[in-house]
Design a protein around this ligand. Structure first.
Ligand code: APR
Length: 270
């Protein structure tokens, strides 16, 4: 069910954010949709993926896929990285980056906003968010398969037309550099997960933006927040499967709703 998005921030959401001193912003693919990056499961999901439509995602995003054809896997991820670099953070990303400062100006108290994202793009960082935890890794965090040290990309812009590209070698040990994204069949890295759980434990309010809430264990975060009695609000034009764990569902989009929310918070002081 897709309802017509509204940009009038609910009063209950404004009140909850004004009272919060720790806020978790939990985002999914819908957060990047209005920057032009397709989601996975919603109506605008890009099932074609052009050149790569002939491949099963498991052939491209799995340890087996990597073992059988490193050059194809590296080319696919470099193409995705190139596509992300051609996009820009939208007003919703900027609004999240401004949330802590906006609230501080309104009530004079320090506020900590922790962004926990399922996305592998770098749009939150490019919008200025400082505390960004990537549960599923990042296109911008390649690492050596042998020594796990961070890897370096080849100089220049990635060429999205390539379907075969030799991955770089580790400058420390000579091992292959792999994408820094969590693959099918791989466990979620424990450090980001623990950081996310700690942020949820410590928060007063959680914004759940642009996720269908069907992928585990990430979907546990809003559920745990609800169980811990936190205020949980969803911003999504299509209500997700998390309805029973929400204090509030706002049928809006990230790029329209979040800037309107920032403006509404500012009005509370004027
Ligand atoms: N603003 C807010 N939400 C939006 C927007 C928008 N402009 N456009 C779409 N959405 C919502 C959709 O309604 C949907 O609920 O974003 C959600 C996208 O859901 P998914 O495509 O399932 O993406 P996500 O929930 O992030 O998937 C989780 O699954 O495939 C794995 O690792 C992948 O991180 C991903 C995980």
């Amino acid at each position: 069910m897709t309802t017509s998005p509204t940009t009038a921030p609910p009063e209950g959401l404004i009140d909850a954010l004004l009272q919060a001193r720790r806020i978790v912003v939990f985002t999914g693919a819908g957060m990047s949709a209005e920057s032009g990056i397709a989601t996975f499961r919603s109506a605008d999901a890009d099932t074609t993926q052009g050149l790569w439509a002939q491949f099963n995602p498991q052939e491209l995003a799995s340890p087996d896929g990597w073992r059988s054809n490193k050059q194809r896997v590296w080319a696919w991820y470099e193409g995705r990285r190139g596509a992300v670099l051609k996009t820009q953070p939208h007003a919703g990303h900027l609004a999240i980056a401004q949330l802590a400062d906006t609230l501080h100006r309104v009530h004079g108290h320090a506020v900590q906003v922790d962004v926990v994202t399922q996305n592998v793009d770098n749009l939150h960082e490019r919008a200025g968010s400082l505390q960004v935890t990537h549960l599923h890794g990042s296109l911008f965090a390649p690492r050596c398969v042998a020594c796990a040290r961070p890897g370096a990309f080849a100089p220049g812009e990635p060429d999205e037309s390539l379907m075969h590209l030799e991955p770089p070698r580790c400058q420390h040990c000579g091992g292959h550099i792999r994408p820094g994204v969590v693959w099918f069949g791989e466990a979620m890295p424990q450090e980001p997960w623990r950081h996310a759980e700690d942020a949820v434990d410590a928060c007063h309010a959680m914004l759940v933006i642009g996720t269908s809430g069907v992928v585990w264990p990430a979907a546990e975060l809003p559920i745990n927040a609800h169980r811990l009695g936190k205020f949980v609000a969803e911003i999504n034009p299509t209500p997700s499967g998390l309805a029973q764990y929400l204090n509030l569902q706002w049928p809006s989009t990230a790029a329209a709703g979040l800037p309107a929310l920032i403006e509404a918070l500012k009005k509370r002081v004027a």
